[in-house]
Design a protein around this ligand. Structure first.
Ligand code: SAM
Length: 367
């Protein structure tokens, strides 16, 4: 690794903390220094991510630059199969100890966490072949039908395909949330934690831009970004409205479907975002599980009889997944649980899917 790469990676690592996540800092450093080429940007990102993946193997007795180089070597050895790490070391060092109390930690999961993540694209309906041809370096997958894995090194945000709204960057398991919701053209949906609109736009595509989606979030700046993305993509069948998750819904409308893509500890993204392994705490799990149940309880009364309620989180802790779902069932009356097809009892694991870890639960409101 050349010294400039290790220096810039070190700058990111020195500044990163809970309030300034490494991935956001990386984007900032790369955006601000115009001399950094796309290949260098990739090398810096890889060095930073390797550092956090292998942090449990590094000693602070050594200078940071040496730790960065050692982490990169561990990553390369692991990927080439040269260094066979003991199962015991993987279990003890890959994630903090408290994680073992929140989910069943398995070796296949830990090995997936130590591998670089895939870059997934969701092509707009009917554009997959054109996008694959235009970008090059794309792997097709049998399903979902609109998904591609991008293996090249272009800055995708600068491509005409992205600017023309022909594809979105969206993890494959986030795409599966949209397919599980399965909204129909002409229906009325509420995307209650819409954020910057990744799933709103997928719902809209599935509805063929017909019907209406209410997109709410408590962060109004995120809804502003949603509008920019939707306009680029030519998505029009939505309206945004602020909602803080409280008892009062943002409208008296009764919905055919409600999606709660709830805030969570994000443990399902720890392969893509290894810094978060070391900044997330067990207290976050408890706090978010309470917030998740409240969101479900407060949104559920806005469903029409026969309507579908979809709960999704990109995390894998029991307290934020199956426990929230069964607490909801104990507190709310008149909902029958449906099978979230294609999942393992609601879970999508990175080692089985190549995407972020997710949990999905679906209910129908009884007539
Ligand atoms: C997992 S993200 C949503 C991602 C988004 N659905 C997408 O696909 O791009 C969770 C969102 O919940 C929002 N949020 C957090 N607490 C909330 C609350 N109490 N009420 C409403 N939204 C909330 C956050 O601002 C964040 O945008």
């Amino acid at each position: 690794m050349n010294r400039r790469i290790s220096f810039l990676a070190g700058e990111v690592i020195r500044q990163a903390d809970r309030d300034r996540p490494a991935d956001a800092l990386l984007r900032q450093v790369i955006r601000e220094d115009r001399r950094i080429t796309p290949d260098q940007a990739r090398e810096i990102s890889e060095a930073v991510f390797a550092f956090y993946r292998w942090r449990g193997w590094l000693s602070e007795d050594y200078p940071l630059a040496q730790q960065i180089v050692y982490a990169a070597k561990l990553q390369a050895d692991f990927l080439s199969g040269e260094r066979v790490l003991s199962d015991e070391n993987l279990s003890r060092r890959t994630v903090p100890e408290w994680v073992g109390k929140e989910l069943k930690v398995t070796l296949p999961w830990l090995k997936a966490l130590q591998s670089p993540s895939k870059l997934w694209l969701r092509c707009r309906p009917g554009t997959r072949e054109a996008v694959a041809e235009e970008l090059g370096n794309c792997e097709r997958v049998p399903e979902p039908a609109d998904a591609l894995v991008y293996t090249g090194s272009k800055d995708l945000f600068q491509t005409s395909g992205f600017r023309g709204g022909r594809f979105e960057l969206q993890d494959v398991n986030s795409q599966r949330v949209g397919f599980t919701a399965n909204p129909q053209p002409g229906e009325t949906w509420w995307d209650a934690c819409a954020g910057e609109g990744g799933k709103t736009m997928h719902l809209s595509d599935l509805m063929q831009n017909k019907g209406l989606i209410w997109a709410s979030d408590r962060a109004e700046w995120r809804l502003k970004k949603l509008k920019q993305r939707a306009s680029r993509a030519g998505v029009f069948n939505y309206r945004t409205v602020p909602w803080d998750g409280g008892e009062r819904p943002p409208t008296k409308t009764r919905f055919d479907g409600i999606l709660i893509d709830a805030p969570c500890t994000g443990m399902g993204t720890w392969q893509r975002n290894p810094h978060a392994r070391w900044t997330t705490t067990v207290e976050d799990v408890a706090e978010l599980a309470t917030a998740q149940l409240a969101l479900l309880m407060h949104a559920a009364p806005s469903l029409k009889p026969g309507g579908r309620l979809v709960y999704a989180v990109c995390t894998l802790t029991r307290r934020e997944t199956v426990d929230v779902a069964s607490r909801f069932e104990r507190h709310a009356e008149g909902f029958e649980r449906l099978v979230a097809s294609g999942t393992d009892k609601g879970y999508l694991w990175p080692q089985n899917t190549g995407g972020n870890g997710m949990f999905i639960a679906v209910w129908r409101k009884k007539a």
